[in-house]
Ligand binder design. Structure first.
Ligand SMILES: [Zn+2]
Length: 125
């Protein structure tokens, strides 16, 4: 299963809640990237706001950073799902995008995954 398929599967299983995770792999100097592993991030938000909001646990992120230290892997970016919403960044998503990192957004409905798109913001020169 490719990493895109695995993310799609996770988005489907999390529905109607959002899923979120880290893309691990390598950034190439030409702007291309390679994803070799994905890590699901637990959503800190429990209960009602869970379908529409996601808050990653910073401690978990820190642990993953420690774990890949010296392994040659790096954090390429992040993925998350939009249950019943199109695969475009929300205003909040756009605001939180770190230049250079890849952001994959999965649109998912009751019927399954309808769209997967990648975004990356470049530094302004
Ligand atoms: Zn979003």
């Amino acid at each position: 299963m490719s990493w895109r398929q695995r993310i799609a599967e996770e988005a489907r299983q999390s529905y109607p809640h959002e899923c979120c995770g880290i893309l691990l792999g390598k950034n190439a100097p030409d702007g291309k990237f390679e994803v070799t592993e994905i890590r699901a991030l637990p959503n800190r938000i429990q209960g009602e706001g869970r379908g529409t909001h996601f808050e990653a646990d910073p401690l978990f992120l820190y642990q993953v950073e420690r774990e890949i230290e010296g392994s040659g892997l790096e954090i390429v970016g992040f993925y998350h799902s939009h249950p019943d919403y199109e695969a475009v960044p929300s205003r909040e998503d756009a605001k939180n995008m770190v230049p250079g990192l890849v952001y994959v957004i999965v649109s998912v409905t009751r019927e399954g995954v309808t769209d997967i798109r990648s975004y990356r913001r470049y530094k302004k020169n």
